[in-house]
Design a binder for this molecule. Sequence first.
Ligand code: TXA
Ligand code: MG
Length: 318
Amino acid sequence: MKNIYSNIYEANLTNLKKAKKNIENNNVIGMPTETVYGLAGNAYSNKSVKKIFRLKKRPNFNPLIIHFRDLKKLKNEVILNKDFIRLYKAFCPGPITFILNKKKKSKISKMAIAGKKTIAVRFPKNKIARSLLKIVNVPLAAPSANIASKLSPTSAEDVADEFGNKIKFILDGGKCRFGLESTIIDLTTKPSILRPGIISKEKIQKALSKKIKNRKGIKIIKSPGQLKLHYSPGIPVKMNKKYPQKNQAFICLGKKFRNTKNYFNLSKNGSLHEAANNLYRTMRKIKKAKYKSIAVIKIPNRGIGQAINDRLKKASKK
Ligand code: TXA
Ligand code: MG
């Protein structure tokens, strides 16, 4: 089907070349990844990075994730360590982001990393993102392609809806495979998870053959995005509800529930992966249908369920 958006481009070679031109001209483009769509610009260029912060209305103290194709370019920017190599071998390219210490000679835009001495790095698995990284031949700074504190986009249309014609070029990668952000793990000290995500703590522990912590409730905010209202659909969200109130949207899970008028089932067979994939999409749908608030059923807190609960908790903060 031909799309009705003039800024969404099919990801063929001609358009990848156009994307490259955009990046070279310090423009910001929409990029699909296997987690959520990113708002991508040349990570070496302050000019590009400035545009990302402005478009996203992101506070300048909140650093961006830098996306690489492989280890080649990474080596100039950060100090590698054993835990990183292990996790890279186990999961990359894939939905995990590593915090590593920056090298002094790093050329990554200081603005992109908010002047920090660490850099968040990720190697997306999505084929289009990988082709883009290859053709542009620079690392790409890319936060999720949503206005700060709102829901992350899981399709090219979501990105277009979010930014309108403020963004001129979005590569279409269809629906994101996972639909929820990458796991962020800090490897600058004892490994600890800053943001639960697609790759579970259990899998990471297995790959490292050691226990790791969730960074929770500590005073130093390692990820500035951590504590604020985040991932918000823009209406109140109430967690752990057994049923909705009148006229309230109800996000449910499992075969007990049918998709009736105000019931939105994340996964009929109770799959947490499917639920994660449907979470943002469902919240966008509910918002569009003009509901005033959302009740959410209790989501099992295991595996990827931890990432779902993390997002719901942040979405439900006042
Ligand atoms: O799945 C994902 O990770 C997506 C796709 C597009 O790659 N990206 C994404 O980016 O979720 P963003 O900017 O929405 O979230 C990145 C988080 C922010 O909360 C930021 O504070 C944190 O990563 N972060 C970035 N650099 C950091 C650093 N040096 N230390 C600690 N946290 C950092
Ligand atoms: Mg985000």
